[in-house]
Design a protein around this ligand. Structure first.
Ligand SMILES: Cc1ccc2cc(C(N)=O)cc(O)c2n1
Length: 323
């Protein structure tokens, strides 16, 4: 027979797989009732023997005590903002300038993804365990919102698989899917409580809560888009491969991410996503194009605060939906 420790360890890893399939891959393999059964089995064992409880157990997402305030966090690697392109001409000159700087005239390979309209966040994993979550702030100093990010199911409390660096800082966007936003506002209206104006404000407001049990009730998601500090390990040579690797380690990436070569293919991707914009599950305000080769990114470096190797091609501002 299994010892209690073997039993609880097996049940926890089963729960982590269910979490990953449901919240990160959008591909659950068991009905919710099975998930609940295993969750309560782990909870039961931990309640009966509290010394078995671990901070990275799937049952430990919602802390109890509200904070008095948010501590400050200094980002060892600055969190970048993005330069904007507002039309095809801007993008073409971005692409032309890069070719000149890289001394080449063949097509540049770009990693493309929707620019989610949410709140940028930094997640620091040490030996695969989530140690700290922080807002972008001014890029250099942000706020420690670890207790709030822990409540977001698509953010793993510990990485899965193996081969991740000792220290891995993941950057991503926390957002509220439109369906969750509308459901939240319907409820708020019913209870004569404050409604949010848009999903971005709803995500920002939910992360600013000092009480994590409030954040835990908000339908937040996180999609990662790059890495920051990396120590004790190395990552693939292309941005798209880094994202794929992060996905295997348990982090959510955007299903519409793609790799294309040359400015024309980028504009094609931009138009296609633009046509689907209103059908996407979340608000986006443009497309982010990044030079896919990490070596070329390093060659190109940054201009002031924004990287030379990336640009956000914005969509026209949507007239505010009159509710
Ligand atoms: C470098 C950088 C900075 C901010 C970003 C923001 C988003 C976003 N809002 O989805 C996506 C990215 O790939 C980003 N990349």
């Amino acid at each position: 027979a299994m010892t209690v420790v073997e039993q609880i360890t097996q049940l926890r890893s089963l729960l982590e797989q269910y979490n990953y399939q449901y919240y990160v891959l959008d591909a659950p393999t068991v009905p919710d009732a099975e998930y609940d059964r295993v969750f309560h089995a782990v909870k039961e064992l931990e309640d009966r023997q509290p010394e078995l409880r671990r901070s990275d157990s799937p049952t430990q997402r919602v802390g109890a005590a509200p904070l008095d305030g948010f501590e400050q966090v200094r980002h060892e690697v600055r969190m970048l903002s993005l330069d904007n392109a507002f039309n095809e001409q801007d993008f073409d000159s971005f692409d032309t300038r890069l070719k000149k700087l890289l001394g080449r005239d063949d097509d540049i390979e770009y990693a493309c993804e929707p620019k989610l309209d949410g709140v940028a966040v930094s997640l620091l994993y040490r030996n695969g365990v989530l140690e700290r979550g922080a807002t972008r702030g001014d890029g250099q100093v942000g706020e420690n919102i670890t207790s709030n990010v822990r409540t977001i199911p698509s953010i793993p409390l510990k990485l899965i698989g193996s081969g991740y660096p000792d220290v891995l800082e993941v950057r991503g966007e926390i957002y509220m899917p439109r369906s969750g936003f509308e459901a939240f506002n319907d409820k708020a209206r019913e209870l004569y409580e404050k409604e949010f104006v848009n999903p971005r404000n709803a995500a920002a407001g939910s992360l600013r809560q000092l009480d994590p049990t409030v954040t835990a009730k908000r339908p937040l998601q996180m999609c990662c888009y790059s890495v920051g500090l990396v120590e004790g390990g190395d990552l693939p040579a292309r941005h798209s491969e880094i994202l794929a690797q992060l996905n295997q380690w348990g982090l959510r990436i955007n299903v519409d991410s793609a790799v294309v070569s040359g400015a024309k293919a980028c504009m094609n991707y931009y138009s296609r996503l633009g046509e689907r914009r209103d059908q996407l599950p979340m608000d986006i305000d443009g497309i982010v194009f990044k030079v896919n080769s990490i070596a070329d990114q390093q060659r190109l470096g940054f201009v002031s605060r924004a990287p030379r190797w990336a640009i956000a091609h914005k969509f026209p501002a949507q007239e505010e939906l009159t509710t």
